[in-house]
Design a binder for this molecule. Structure first.
Ligand code: HEC
Ligand code: HEC
Ligand code: HEC
Ligand code: HEC
Ligand code: HEC
Length: 204
């Protein structure tokens, strides 16, 4: 009797673990990425918490998003140590809703000459030569099912530091999801700073 009830407590977490592994391994997005186009295509015109399928729902429940693999081994650390500012590359972050990802042309203004013999830089030059932009993968992107709208500009105006929401970039190579930008995170600061708590401020 005591043995079997004990066993249940051992088996139950094992079962949950196996389910987790199953989701991880079975995820069609664990290698390939959820791109912006992909995400937009899934946006439904009404605000619904509906998911495309059971696996999608379970993945969302466990908040498991794919870790993006970038096409170029970009490094924030090196560029920031060389005195560059966020706005040199994310040019619209202070003025509009999106920060903006730099074009391959911007990279090549320096890398035409700087470190031009390095492998990663040659890859960048090859994108430019083909007339292609670098296919950067999104790091901070909400599932379209949560219908979140965000705007950088008012936060920068209000003096909220980039690091507050994105972590310390001087220690990151490619950007990593350093902060979980969930609803509680947004709302607790809005409450504190007396910013809007209306659902439609952040949702569409
Ligand atoms: C209040 C939190 C917050 C602050 C402060 C903030 N961001 Fe963001 N950032 C976000 C969120 C949320 C997203 C994802 C938005 C989305 O997917 O709609 C994002 C996305 C981005 C992106 C990728 C998408 C885009 O908008 O082009 C970049 C780049 C970025 N932020 C850079 C910055 C920089 C640089 C700063 C500081 C000047 C900054 N962020 C400050 C919350 C913040
Ligand atoms: C203002 C000039 C400037 C711009 C613009 C710039 N970089 Fe750089 N980048 C540098 C400097 C300086 C280094 C350090 C070179 C070194 O240490 O030899 C560097 C280093 C790198 C490296 C590491 C090279 C290596 O293997 O050592 C990569 C990768 C890189 N940059 C990618 C990019 C990409 C992608 C862009 C565009 C989004 C970009 N850079 C834009 C100046 C720039
Ligand atoms: C030399 C250009 C350059 C500078 C300077 C730069 N970034 Fe970036 N940033 C990039 C590139 C290229 C990417 C796309 C690759 C990646 O995700 O790391 C990116 C991606 C990001 C992302 C993830 C965007 C997404 O996909 O959701 C954030 C957040 C970000 N940068 C914040 C910052 C902040 C904050 C600063 C200043 C402290 C900064 N960056 C400075 C070039 C730059
Ligand atoms: C550290 C504090 C802080 C955090 C975290 C924060 N916000 Fe804000 N947010 C503000 C402040 C302050 C304002 C008001 C700025 C103003 O009055 O112009 C604001 C304004 C906004 C606005 C514009 C409202 C309008 O009237 O135009 C939106 C949209 C928004 N926030 C969404 C978000 C979302 C989504 C998140 C979570 C990813 C978030 N915020 C996280 C402080 C924050
Ligand atoms: C300050 C911004 C902000 C405000 C105000 C806000 N939300 Fe959200 N909400 C978010 C963000 C960001 C997410 C996405 C969280 C994530 O994906 O981790 C979210 C997610 C959600 C979700 C989806 C949960 C899920 O996992 O499917 C629902 C439902 C929701 N919000 C309802 C509301 C309602 C109702 C209100 C008004 C009472 C509201 N929100 C106000 C920012 C906000």
């Amino acid at each position: 009797m005591p043995f079997s009830s004990q066993r249940k407590w051992i088996v139950a977490p094992l079962g949950v673990g196996a389910l987790g592994l199953l989701i991880y391994a079975g995820s069609p997005q664990s290698g390939a990425q959820r791109t912006g186009e992909d995400a937009r295509a899934q946006v439904s015109p009404v605000f619904t918490p509906a998911h495309r399928g059971v696996l999608d729902a379970i993945r969302d429940f466990f908040n498991r998003q794919p870790v993006p693999v970038q096409p170029i081994a970009f490094t924030h650390k090196v560029h920031l140590a060389n005195g560059m500012q966020c706005t040199d590359c994310h040019t619209t972050v202070e003025t509009g809703p999106v920060a903006g990802i730099p074009s391959v042309e911007l990279c090549m203004t320096c890398h035409q000459t700087i470190a031009a013999d390095k492998l990663e830089i040659k890859k960048i030059a090859a994108y430019q030569a083909r007339g292609e932009d670098i296919p950067w993968q999104r790091v901070y992107a909400y599932s379209p099912t949560v219908h979140v709208k965000f705007n950088h500009a008012p936060h920068i105006r209000a003096g909220v530091d980039c690091a507050h929401c994105h972590g310390n970039m001087t220690q990151q190579t490619v950007a990593v999801r350093a902060v979980d930008l969930n609803m509680g995170y947004c709302v607790s600061c809005h409450r504190q700073k007396k910013a809007s708590l209306d659902c439609i401020t952040c949702h569409f």
